[in-house]
Design a protein around this ligand. Structure first.
Ligand SMILES: Cc1cc2nc3c(=O)[nH]c(=O)nc-3n(C[C@H](O)[C@H](O)[C@H](O)COP(=O)(O)OP(=O)(O)OC[C@H]3O[C@@H](n4cnc5c(N)ncnc54)[C@H](O)[C@@H]3O)c2cc1C
Length: 494
């Protein structure tokens, strides 16, 4: 068993997964977290009898989380209670049409017919998605590939071409799906990585398979119970956590990192894993020069979000657990957010009503809603104000009232909202991004930064800003793959 000391900076899910996986390999591991609780963006707000997931609310690919427990001979179900949801998503359109996504082929076919889509088109699209998933999973996800060179070596030219490289995600969707409604819905799977269906590569169409094959899950009591379950596992394994411990500097000697400064105190380490995103970490903790920082520009942030929580004094029975209210002009919505970097006049809105499934999260007879339109990351040269974001919030409420949540404003008894400025302050994410690095076919071909620093070989990164990118299961997988990289590198160096 190695007794080397690893410091993990940050307790987001990627940091927790790396810490657990490295401890399981015998390393002494301590996490330094600036906030007063673990989880990072996996966060919770409890107020006046309502429980809101402030961050993620959709759990997918739970088998990736299960590996953290299996490796120590334990069962995830003893730590984190999960259950599948039906329907997966309910989709509302301005023309009054409502369509559900459901993994049952017969139900899905009936839903497709409601908007005039041939169910065969959906089946063929899902087969295309499954092929892309299997291809992406075998190398990019499971082998933890980091660069185009890794891709070439693992896949070879023949398989590389199967990634449908010459189309955008929307191009892939429109090959199979003919109605605007179904195109808008399947384009919006890009929500899972905070990017644009019109600007990301076609292989992002692997995402529907994540839901259709592996289901969509809820964690009883709210998603923060994932963090609580992981804390219990870490206690049993002996992973230490220092809360309220903000890292202000990474110490270096030549090309080796030697420790961190947290709350003014030096802590030495043999290996450092940063769950602080790559760009803020190089800029603020390592003070790298402008030339080096320029080389990272292709890792542009994914979108941010306006995160609105509403406690209501009634239920809106037409809502499912997960709901989407579509922009009437989704192409423009994507263009406005991702290219013009402006607040959208008519955003597509994601709305979670966890009270539909879980009575413990709201008083009896009431709904608790989390509402999340995707919006641009912060432009520090031309920052928006809280009033600008407030005006968008009013447009969102107008749209929801227009699309069936009649008199919504009159039924709000508790309200809370976070802008990108709050998100950046909370998590130190790059420009308030909520999913790490954007997936853009021309900018980075959906590659994020590599897990091992090119400058300091004993410095590693984990989380949404490195491959394979944002989303809970992906950052947990990233933590497992970072641990493998550390072990392999350490084995060669020792
Ligand atoms: C509103 C919202 C909705 C989302 N919805 C979903 C969803 O439904 N499903 C899904 O799968 N994903 C969703 N995501 C994305 C998902 O939450 C993230 O991709 C994932 O949780 C990020 O994990 P991470 O490892 O990158 O770390 P982060 O969560 O970014 O955590 C980083 C941690 O590092 C700490 N830190 C940073 N700098 C320092 C420092 N200098 N010193 C000490 N500590 C530091 C931060 O405080 C933070 O705790 C959502 C995110 C948000 C915000």
């Amino acid at each position: 068993m190695p007794h080397k000391k690893v410091i993990v900076i940050g307790s987001g899910l990627g940091g927790l997964s790396a810490a657990i996986s490295l401890r399981q390999e015998g390393y002494e591991v301590i996490i330094h977290e600036k906030n007063n609780k673990i989880g990072g963006k996996l966060n919770v707000l409890k107020a006046e009898g309502y429980t809101f997931d402030l961050g993620p609310s959709i759990l997918t690919l739970p088998h990736i989380f299960e590996r953290l427990f299996e490796k120590s001979g334990k069962k995830m179900s003893d730590y984190i209670p999960i259950r599948p949801l039906r329907p997966h998503w309910r989709n509302f359109f301005e023309d009054g049409k409502v369509v559900d996504l459901d993994p049952d082929p017969e139900i899905q076919a009936a839903e497709a017919r409601k908007v005039g889509e041939d169910p065969g088109n959906v089946e063929r699209f899902l087969k295309y998605s499954a092929d892309l998933y299997d291809l992406t999973n075998e190398g990019y996800f499971e082998q933890g590939l980091d660069t185009a060179a890794d891709f070439r070596e693992f896949y070879g030219l023949g398989k590389f071409l199967k990634f449908d490289l010459f189309r955008s995600m929307h191009g892939g969707v429109k090959r199979f799906l003919k109605t605007r409604h179904m195109q808008d819905i399947f384009d919006y799977f890009i929500k899972y990585v905070g990017s644009s269906a019109y600007h990301s590569p076609a292989f992002m169409n692997c995402m529907p398979t994540i839901q259709y094959r592996y289901d969509l899950w809820y964690v009883d009591g709210g998603l923060y119970n994932i963090a609580i379950g992981l804390q219990k596992l870490m206690d049993e394994l002996g992973v230490k956590v220092a809360l309220n411990s903000e890292v202000s500097e990474i110490h270096k000697q030549g090309d080796t990192v030697t420790g961190i400064i947290a709350n003014g105190e030096l802590h030495r380490a043999d290996i450092i894993v940063s769950n602080m995103e790559v760009i803020p970490a190089y800029q603020r903790l390592l003070s790298e020069d402008d030339d080096f920082m320029k080389s990272l520009e292709k890792f542009e942030p994914a979108c941010s979000g306006l995160v609105i929580e509403l406690g209501l004094d009634r239920k809106y029975e037409q809502l499912a657990h997960h709901n989407f209210f579509y922009s009437d002009h989704q192409k423009e919505h994507f263009h406005t957010v991702f290219k013009k970097h402006e607040l959208p006049p008519d955003p597509t809105i994601y709305l979670v009503a966890a009270s539909r499934t879980d009575p413990s999260v709201a008083p009896e007879g009431c709904d608790c809603l989390k509402i999340l339109p995707h919006i641009p990351y912060i432009d520090d040269d031309n920052p928006l104000t809280r009033e600008d974001y407030g005006a968008l919030k009013e447009r969102v409420l107008d749209k929801l009232e227009r699309m069936g949540l009649t008199d919504l404003r009159k039924h709000i008894v508790f309200e809370h909202f976070w802008t990108p400025l709050d998100i950046r302050e909370q998590y130190h994410s790059n420009k308030g991004s909520i999913y790490g690095v954007v997936s853009d076919r021309f900018k980075n071909l959906a590659f994020k930064a590599p897990k091992q620093s090119a400058k300091y070989p004993n410095l590693f990164f984990v989380g949404g800003s490195v491959n394979p990118g944002g989303g809970m299961p992906m950052v947990v997988l990233c933590g497992q793959n970072v641990a493998k990289k550390v072990v392999a590198w350490d084995g060669v160096c020792s």
